[in-house]
Write a protein that binds this ligand. Structure first.
Ligand SMILES: [Zn+2]
Length: 215
């Protein structure tokens, strides 16, 4: 059964992703063409609306987004537009985690500093902060958020292959997000507003952790 959402719903999703891009640029989380964002438009078949590669996030428009299938290929060829290699991480999350409705990837100063400093350590644990309660499923500041740290790579297909079994097994270090060392943050949510909240919460926590301790 097909349940592709088109028309006003897709248009609303395009506008919502553009708003996210402009917000993240203003917050310093999306300088230049860095980062990519997606929302799930439909699940059967899977259709993702995702930012086209190489677009300036400050100037992003609704036309700078593409609809791709579960393999990351555009549904319709769009001259001058192409999905980035990292689209595979978005389709991975959307296929392995059916509850995921949006995926956001940011390059910020603090996620770059922290992830670089944690290279090779496997994960970052954050505990004791009230803001942790902004992450879905966390109800007390006494909880610990575990965030996987993976090596940066240009071989995104290989990275997706490494992450797939961990995501499928509900690895606790991949409940909310992961960091690519020296590169940036991937986080997700049931919908775009939850994913955006996770970026806001995590970027806040990364800066707090980064300012408090030598990495
Ligand atoms: Zn990136």
């Amino acid at each position: 059964m097909q349940d592709i959402q088109t028309g006003p719903i897709e248009l609303a999703a395009r506008r919502a992703l553009v708003d996210v891009a402009h917000l993240f640029y203003e917050r310093g989380w999306a300088y230049g063409t860095s980062g990519n964002y997606s929302v799930v438009l439909s699940r059967d078949p899977l259709r993702l609306l995702i930012t086209s590669s190489g677009r300036d996030k400050r100037a992003l428009t609704p036309d700078d987004l593409l609809v791709v299938d579960e393999t990351g290929r555009p549904i319709e060829p769009t001259p001058g537009a192409a999905p980035s290699a990292e689209t595979l991480l978005h389709t991975l999350l959307a296929t392995v985690r059916p509850e995921v409705g949006a995926v956001l990837h940011t390059h910020s100063v603090w996620n770059t500093i922290l992830s670089r400093g944690l290279a090779g350590r496997g994960e970052l644990s954050i505990a004791g902060y009230e803001m942790l309660k902004g992450l879905s499923g966390i109800t007390t500041h006494e909880a610990t958020a575990r965030i996987a740290v993976v090596d940066n790579t240009q071989d995104i297909a290989a990275l997706a292959g490494q992450l797939r079994p961990r995501l499928a097994a509900s690895d606790p270090a991949l409940q909310h997000a992961f960091l690519m060392s020296g590169h940036g943050l991937y986080t997700w949510g049931r919908d775009l507003s939850e994913a955006r909240r996770h970026v806001e919460i995590l970027e806040f926590l990364f800066e707090v952790v980064g300012r408090r301790q030598p990495i």
